[in-house]
Design a protein around this ligand. Structure first.
Ligand SMILES: [Fe+2]
Length: 185
């Protein structure tokens, strides 16, 4: 069953988010996206990282990608925030919450049809960065988390970018780019 315990088991990284109410809102928002997309505990691991840019042969699915981005964000926070805290105001909880949620609406944008990845009808209106930002906002996530989700891909390429959003974008680009080079289609 896709519930709070499922996500806490799958993502022990959630415990890195120190603010408990923030962590709870992240879990509720992610579960909402999964439910909207109609995924269950057996199909949820099949959701791809991308439909058009990545070969179906890519063995890394969205769950694994979220782990990658969480770990890269944590590493960057651990290094940069103490090093530059005098000059840059950056909240690691905001970075980690946004990292966890940044691709949650790939579960509303993508679907599996006859074992092959495709797009849902919702994808025609907006991609996962904007859809994810809306889900996060509806669940009461702070504006900085909503902003980082909204700007993490090309939708945010001309936007002001907070330090938290900058870290997320860098981690996501690196994780996606590393696989894209090998498995682009
Ligand atoms: Fe991503």
């Amino acid at each position: 069953m896709l519930d709070r315990n499922f996500l806490l088991n799958e993502f022990p990284e959630l415990m890195w988010i120190k603010d408990e109410p923030l962590r709870d809102k992240c879990i509720e928002a992610f579960l909402d996206a999964l439910e909207q997309g109609g995924w269950d505990e057996t199909t949820v691991f099949d959701c791809p990282i991308a439909v058009t840019e990545m070969s179906p042969e890519c063995p890394v699915r969205n769950f694994s990608h979220v782990h990658d981005v969480l770990h890269m964000c944590k590493a960057m926070c651990d290094w940069y925030i103490p090093r530059y805290e005098e000059y840059v105001d950056c909240d690691p909880d905001i970075v980690l919450a946004a990292a966890f949620l940044h691709d949650c609406c790939k579960y509303t944008e993508y679907t599996m049809k006859d074992g092959k990845p495709g797009y849902t009808d919702k994808a025609a209106l907006m991609r996962h960065p904007l859809a994810g930002a809306i889900v996060a906002s509806r669940h009461g996530l702070p504006d900085k988390v909503v902003h980082a989700i909204a700007t993490h891909s090309f939708e945010g390429s001309k936007s002001y970018v907070t330090p938290e959003a900058h870290i997320l974008k860098a981690a996501d680009n690196s994780s996606f780019g590393y696989l894209h080079q090998r498995f682009h289609s």
